[in-house]
Design a protein around this ligand. Structure first.
Ligand SMILES: Cc1cc2nc3c(=O)[nH]c(=O)nc-3n(C[C@H](O)[C@H](O)[C@H](O)COP(=O)(O)OP(=O)(O)OC[C@H]3O[C@@H](n4cnc5c(N)ncnc54)[C@H](O)[C@@H]3O)c2cc1C
Length: 580
């Protein structure tokens, strides 16, 4: 059958068909940076993402970036930055990738000013860098009111618009299309108009962010359901560090505001916020008297966990701790932490008098698609960048690494995806694969009475909260795995929607997402079971010690013969060693 006839059939069946050199899935920081790079090299780029351009993804919430740039002290160096990031990541980073990130991030941060962003400056005009937890030197930078993420999104959006890059909003990519074991495109649901879409592309970049929505309360937006990681898995890509996740503090009250991040590390007027238990004690004096509230995220998560275990948490469930900002200068706080202050005002809370109720909350997940320095996954044609990739900095989040990996590997992914696209012929699309996906997506609209996607999501999230919270143990993990497999078998096929409408049916989107969340949750649990040790943010109650003899390893997940296969590979300690 001729190529043209084949495509005509595909178009008739679907509605919308698009051709690209490079398809970017995801419209956050990594996706936008990848699209700009590929476009600047001459590629025909199509971006498809959930939500609206410049307003989608976790990046918009970021407070700051970090790097050794023109703003750094004479004592600072890229070698020191690398050591800090690898140490904070429990030595589980891919050191080659980590070094690339640290070498290139200053340029990625500086070039944002070309796109219209303005880093906050001191009186002498130099960029104002401050000390972030885990960093040896002040190298963390932000924009006015600590809204770096928002400013970066606005700058990248302006560049995308200026370049007239095709950005398809309100679109959930549902699957990758494979041909002879290479990725050659993707299918999608444009949910505002209910159209099924087909993309043919020479290279596909997954920039779909983290998968923290597997937890009931998390800081990331609802679109972070791990779709790209699950699609990569089904395409045969290796995934890495899926057992790793970060926990921070979020609001615990009111319930509907759970998940809003309460940052702990900002100095305001030379002082920091205090964390208190229900007795009003500044409990970090017990756990990290040197750094107190400037401790790293893993120390905070562990300290909060221990304090709550000791019965020192307040609130109905005994899991509430308190952020005390009463001693901090209010005017400066408005300038530095405007978002938090406005948020508290909305809650009718006066932070000059009242404490903020907080609780440990899931932050970004740290595992994802395994890439090399060209951002290639282990499947030809499939690239990845941003939070959908794993192992860049190991298993803890030193401030600024999230924007770092999104910008650095976003740019690289765009570059290498274009290089591949320039080398290969336009692929042919197998109708049967597209038809199967069309049927799978639409079959959801015809199901009878069953369970709603939201109900099923909640069940999964509860299991993850019970088994995959700050502290884990084998019995809970195994029980959760059994339950997840049972739910997948019995309930996932019963997911049904309350409305059959195709236009703006977000329940339909949720139904497609929940299947992917099951994939991701299973990978996380299966990867956590064999890691019989505790390391920075990964805490096993049954194996409380760090084990450098047996566990300086990354856990790999891959689909083989339809089964989830788990293995472990030694970390490449090429630059920094735990003994140093
Ligand atoms: C509350 C919060 C605060 C943070 N603070 C900082 C900070 O101060 N400093 C720092 O460096 N990092 C911070 N981070 C981390 C940083 O924001 C992320 O690492 C970074 O934004 C990752 O960018 P990304 O493009 O990979 O993912 P995201 O920005 O999450 O973008 C993912 C994109 O993929 C889309 N998508 C998902 N699934 C699909 C699908 N199936 N089809 C189509 N599109 C899809 C989403 O809609 C979105 O557009 C923070 C994160 C959070 C949540």
């Amino acid at each position: 059958m001729s190529e043209i006839k084949r495509f005509k059939e595909v178009i008739q069946m679907s509605g919308i068909y698009m051709d690209a050199d490079v398809l970017v899935i995801g419209g956050g920081m990594a996706g936008m940076r990848a699209a700009i790079e590929a476009n600047s090299l001459g590629a025909k780029v199509v971006m498809a993402f959930k939500g609206k351009l410049g307003k989608t993804g976790a990046g918009i919430c970021a407070y700051h970036g970090a790097g050794v740039g023109p703003w750094s002290t004479p004592k600072d160096s890229k070698e020191l930055h690398l050591k800090d990031v690898i140490r904070c990541g429990g030595y589980l980073a891919d050191q080659e990738l980590c070094k690339i990130m640290i070498d290139e991030v200053p340029d990625r941060l500086v070039e944002l000013e070309k796109y219209g962003l303005f880093w906050e400056r001191k009186n002498d005009g130099g960029i104002d860098a401050y000390l972030g937890s885990g960093h040896s030197e002040p190298r963390t930078i932000s924009t006015y009111r600590r809204q770096a993420g928002l400013s970066i999104h606005q700058a990248l959006k302006a560049e995308i618009t200026h370049r007239q890059i095709m950005a398809i909003e309100d679109t959930m990519v549902t699957n990758l299309i494979l041909q002879n074991d290479s990725v050659v495109g993707a299918t999608a649901l444009h949910y505002t108009n209910g159209e099924f879409m087909i993309f043919r592309a020479k290279s596909v970049i997954i920039c779909t962010g983290s998968h923290s929505q597997v937890f009931p309360s998390c800081t990331t937006p609802p679109d972070c359901t791990g779709d790209g990681v699950a699609m990569g898995y089904h395409a045969g890509a290796e995934l890495i560090n899926m057992e790793q996740a970060l926990y921070v503090f979020g609001l615990s009250h009111p319930h509907t505001w759970r998940g809003i991040l309460v940052p702990t590390l900002f100095k305001v007027g030379g002082d920091i916020l205090h964390l208190l238990n229900k007795k009003g004690e500044r409990y970090m004096q017990r756990y990290d008297p040197e750094h107190l509230e400037m401790a790293t995220k893993d120390v905070h998560a562990l300290s909060a966990y221990k304090e709550i275990q000791r019965g020192m948490g307040g609130g109905e469930k005994g899991d509430t701790l308190y952020a005390d900002l009463r001693h901090l200068p209010f005017k400066e706080m408005r300038e530095k932490l405007g978002d938090l202050v406005s948020c508290m005002e909305e809650m009718e809370l006066d932070i000059r008098k009242d404490l903020i109720e907080i609780t440990p909350t899931a932050h970004e997940t740290l595992g994802g698609i395994r890439i090399n320095s060209r951002c290639e996954s282990t499947v030809p044609g499939l690239f990845a960048a941003g939070s959908a990739i794993g192992a860049i900095y190991g298993n803890d989040g030193i401030p600024g690494r999230g924007t770092g990996h999104a910008l650095v590997f976003g740019k690289r992914a765009g570059e290498y995806a274009w290089k591949r696209a320039a080398d290969v012929a336009a692929p042919s699309l197998e109708n049967s694969a597209v038809e199967r996906e069309h049927q799978r997506v639409h079959e959801l609209l015809d199901r009878g009475n069953g369970i709603s996607p939201n109900q099923l999501m909640k069940k999964l999230q509860q299991l993850m909260e019970q088994s995959f919270w700050v502290a884990k143990n084998e019995a809970h993990l195994r029980r959760a795995l059994e339950e997840i497999l049972k739910l997948r078998k019995e309930e996932v096929p019963r997911v049904s929607l309350s409305s059959r409408t195709k236009r703006f049916n977000l329940e339909w989107v949720n139904a497609l997402e929940v299947e992917k969340m099951f994939d991701v949750a299973e990978m996380m649990i299966r990867s956590a079971i064999p890691r019989k040790e505790s390391r920075t943010t990964f805490l096993r109650e049954d194996y409380p010690e760090e084990d450098n003899v047996n566990w300086l390893k990354n856990i790999i997940v891959q689909k083989k013969n339809g089964e989830m296969h788990i293995s472990a590979v030694p970390v490449n300690l090429i630059y920094v060693h735990p003994e140093e």
